[in-house]
Design a protein around this ligand. Structure first.
Ligand code: C2O
Ligand code: CU
Ligand code: CU
Length: 547
């Protein structure tokens, strides 16, 4: 029974790892029991069980003029962003203590502002650290100088500030920002610090015109995150050993900080910009009407619009990745409902280990633990309202021009993902702030062959400062290979420019990376797993790019 995997965590390490749990297995079981208490608490007190669609009664928070996820467009002056604690009501009547990015602009208050810019615009931000720990902002997906990228080398202490000023050369797309201090990224992101940075350009203008799309109305960002709350409504970031090795998963699913949301839509085409802002949960996204999958068009991934749309019925989205889609509700009858769901899949979070039977009986008592990776649940309830306001549109055939990367002479760099003594490793290494295991000359195109060991779990591998183009996927598990769209084993969600690629156990992905960086001087970027608990525990390396 695959669902058993997360509960049979001990399989990873066999008998020797029992010593891991300080007081022996007992400690481990205590941790798990408190999790199963949460299940009951959730169902009995909060009614936020996402497997039950009748719980989806909260209007989706849509990025608007101010407040949480308020939109700031092309700011002329420096944005004075404060990293601070903030109380916000997420669970009804039980305000949560979050860590957020706060901004006061023109008498408006923003929490985690959505920053909107045009390609090649300059952004100025002053980060004020009002937390009691170090922090720094990382602009995930932006092609900026490493001093502006939020490398942990530039983290600031409590009470200090950091000034950002950079031009954004990126193509139109859905980017985001979150903290990146050494040993603080996972916790701070989990506690609430994360938001979007949207870039616009002419390709997007054209698309918006053709389809009549408008941000906040028919072009809607969906920041999807899973969290654990305690009885008082506070976020819990307490990791047991299992969480530390596998990553934390929550039993409450938030979209745009709304638990169990619904959205009323007109009978027309919509763009949804989906970001997996979770620490470690992977989603298998699909739109379901009356139990049937509704086809939708993938139009963009991490680095912006694709060359053309790809029609799919389901797709994986791992932490850090973005999937921009179009979905057409114009043929739906008023009153009909469509559910955005994460479908069931095998989490493969404990592959190829023969210790399972040994622990099966003990672990069986933890069946109450809820919503592990790969379980099926709802994310967003879409209700089609009374009238179709526009006729069915034809989807655009061309979106953008991505150009081609010539990799005929590109050297191949092996990247191996393994585990040793509860430590996830990249080429046998864990993060050392002053080590630069990969040194690359500017102006080269490389092919990275990222191989995930068979005895492993899925790793969403992320690179800063540059983009990857997926060349091939091989040895994919069946639940992935059944979604391939070409003979190279690629998925619709592998198209375009990627900054994060999900590598399944046993799988090998080849990606082409163009290191023709148009920034002066040496650049130091990071390559890490975006399962943030993995990143935190050192599944990360420095990358030095030299002239
Ligand atoms: Cu979104 Cu280095 O991470
Ligand atoms: Cu990043
Ligand atoms: Cu990982």
């Amino acid at each position: 029974m695959k669902k058993f995997n997360r509960r049979t965590f001990l399989r990873y390490f066999g008998l020797t790892s029992l010593s891991l749990f300080a007081g022996g297995a007992g400690t481990f079981f205590t941790g798990c029991n408190s999790q199963s208490n949460m299940v009951h608490r959730k169902n009995d007190i909060y009614n936020y069980d996402p497997t039950k669609i009748e719980n989806f009664i909260n209007p989706l928070k849509i990025p608007g003029d101010d407040g949480p996820l308020g939109i700031i467009s092309s700011p002329a002056n420096s944005l004075d962003i404060v990293a601070q604690t903030q109380t916000l009501e997420i669970i009804k009547d039980r305000p949560s203590n979050l860590l957020v990015y706060k901004l006061k602009e023109n008498d408006k208050n923003y929490i985690n502002p959505v920053i909107r810019v045009r390609q090649n615009e300059e952004l100025k931000v002053k980060l004020n650290n009002d937390l009691d720990e170090n922090t720094i902002i990382h602009w995930h997906g932006l092609k900026v100088d490493w001093k502006m990228d939020g490398h942990p080398a530039y983290e600031v202490k409590p009470g200090e500030t950091y000034n950002y000023q950079f031009k954004i050369p990126n193509r139109s797309g859905t980017y985001w920002y979150h903290p990146h201090p050494h040993k603080g990224t996972a916790k701070q992101a989990y506690m609430g610090m994360a938001s979007l940075l949207l870039v616009g350009d002419q390709d997007e203008d054209k698309l918006n015109k053709e389809l009549g799309l408008e941000l906040g109305k028919t072009d809607i960002p969906l920041v999807i995150q899973d969290k654990r709350f305690d009885e008082k409504g506070n976020l819990l970031y307490k990791l047991n050993n299992m969480d530390q090795v596998m990553g934390i998963v929550g039993d409450v699913i938030l979209t745009n900080l709304t638990p169990n949301p619904y959205l009323t839509v007109e009978g027309r085409v919509y763009r949804f910009r989906m970001l997996n802002g979770s620490n470690s949960r992977i989603y298998l996204l699909a739109f379901i009407k009356n139990g049937t999958k509704i086809p939708f068009q993938v139009i963009g991934t991490d680095g912006g619009l694709l060359g053309k749309p790809f029609e799919i019925q389901e797709g994986y989205l791992s932490p850090g990745e973005r999937m921009d889609i179009l979905i057409d509700f114009s043929s739906f009858k008023p009153g009909e409902e469509v559910y955005l769901k994460s479908l069931k899949f095998d989490p493969m979070d404990n592959e190829d280990n023969d210790q399972m039977d040994m622990n099966k009986d003990k672990m069986g008592s933890m069946e109450g633990m809820s919503l592990i990776n790969g379980d099926e649940f709802n994310i967003l309830r879409l209700k089609v309202n009374l009238k179709a306001t526009s006729p069915s549109v034809t989807m655009p055939e061309k979106l953008s021009d991505l150009g081609k990367l010539d990799i005929t002479n590109a050297p191949i760099r092996p990247i191996n993902l393994t585990i040793q003594n509860e430590q996830w490793l990249i080429n046998g290494l864990k993060y050392e702030p002053n080590d630069y295991p990969i040194i690359i000359k500017k102006n080269i195109i490389e092919v990275w062959e990222i191989k995930n060991h068979k005895k492993s779990m899925p790793h969403p591998m992320h690179i800063h400062g540059v983009f990857m183009r997926v060349v091939s996927r091989s040895n994919s598990p069946e639940q992935v290979s059944r979604l391939t769209i070409d003979k190279d084993g690629r998925l619709a969600t592998d198209q375009g420019l990627k900054d994060t690629v999900l590598v399944w156990p046993g799988e090998t992905i080849r990606v082409a990376i163009d290191f023709n960086i148009e920034l002066p001087g040496e650049q130091i970027y990071l390559f890490h797993c975006h399962n943030l608990e993995h990143e935190e525990n050192g599944m990360m390396i420095n990358l030095k790019i030299i002239d």
